[in-house]
Design a protein around this ligand. Sequence first.
Ligand code: ATP
Ligand code: MN
Length: 466
Amino acid sequence: MNLQTPTIKSIHSGEMPLGEYKLRGWVRTHRHSKSVSFIELTDGTSVKGLQLVLDHTVVNVSEIQADIQTGASLETEGRLVASPAKGQKYEFQVATLKVVGTADPASYPLQKKGHSLEFLREILHLRPRSNTIGAIARVRSHAAMAVHRFFQERGFYYITSPVITTSDCEGAGAMFRVTTLDLLNVPRREGKVNFEEDFFKGEASLTVSGQLEGEIYATALSKIYTFGPTFRAENSNTTRHLAEFWMIEPEAAFYELEDNMQLAWDFLVYLVKYVLDHCKEELEFFLGREWTDKSLIESLNKLAASSYEVMDYSEAIRILEKSPKRFDFPVSWGMDLQFEHERYLTDEHVKGPLFVVNYPKDIKAFYMRVNDDGKTVRAMDLLAPRIGEILGGSQREERHDVLLNRMQEMDLPEETYWWYLDLRRFGSVPHSGFGLGFERFLMYVTGMQNIRDVIPFPRFPGYAKF
Ligand code: ATP
Ligand code: MN
């Protein structure tokens, strides 16, 4: 008879009637007595494994016992029954069991005891088998689905922006060069590298943002979003920065800053609710980790039920100046907010997420719409407790002459951005958008404190394994 192979998640959720099944997965723990053996089996779909019960009169355990080790893979047939044991609803009475692949306990690094996140970062190829990294991978997958659902339900089209680009999204960060030139024998002309001989007959890089390309499509399809990898060659060795991260960038024609804020807020609330709904078990697991803020789930529920607060940059500066707190970076109008300032505003002042808007133009990108005061631009950053900036966006400058002026002020070559200016020459419209760092969001919902733990394969200065 061909038995069904349910996931362990579907068993725990009560979807599977009691009866006979086949199960496949890996041993998490095992213990043996004279007459019976217990194995906790995991298939990576759930925080909880399933208890296999091996009655020695049914299964000849002595033959395979040496191979039943943490990390070994198994295939088993038997019967799902209600468990008489405390703390578990189900258990699996094994009829037949086969060890598919062994895992030598002398060399398999993931043993029963908990491992530190630092240690797990050294074994990226095995860490998804740990409960923590496995749970993050599942949350990440659900959250990605939520991103697409949110925008698709609202009529935004998914646009893939190029990974290799010849345009620099000014101000976003340092870029990784893409080249096929022979670095030991670089072609030169007039003392400079001759990129005419490079693959694209010019300089190319990995994208730091899909925004400018997104604007092209927003001024044609009205509402679009991108969701893809972005790259920053900045040497920031922090717990919040990666050299390769995923960004979601919606862009909408006829949206002004207020519409943009509403969209960003609705988006964040949607994502949070989606994760609360679909990843309950994972969130409860995170809550139990020693590094997790005990208000994690409570604060997510609070966010999902609240509306947003907005504060002018100038007001934020006044509050920071008046605060009794001593900051490492002194506060003055015109400076960029540092992490410590962001955290003071969110964690101590408003005690929740906060949009800061209307930043000084000198610390923001050339494409942001200039306010009537001539000094500030229609920028918005959404700051979240614990993690600081979670998304940043703006209303874009749609006036051709003002944009050209800004570009000249900032020494940006018209030859490079002629196409971007063209969008303001032909049917220009007010439009707005933002970028949400997917990993920053994941840190926020999981309570993880190092961004390197919420992406499967982190890249940062000095490190790019696999
Ligand atoms: P920060 O000040 O935190 O470095 P930023 O101002 O450089 O951020 P943007 O250029 O506006 O950020 O990028 C948009 C979003 O992408 C940010 O709001 C953040 O969520 C995320 N982000 C930016 N840089 C990184 C990075 N190096 N690693 C991971 N996420 C990032
Ligand atoms: Mn940055």
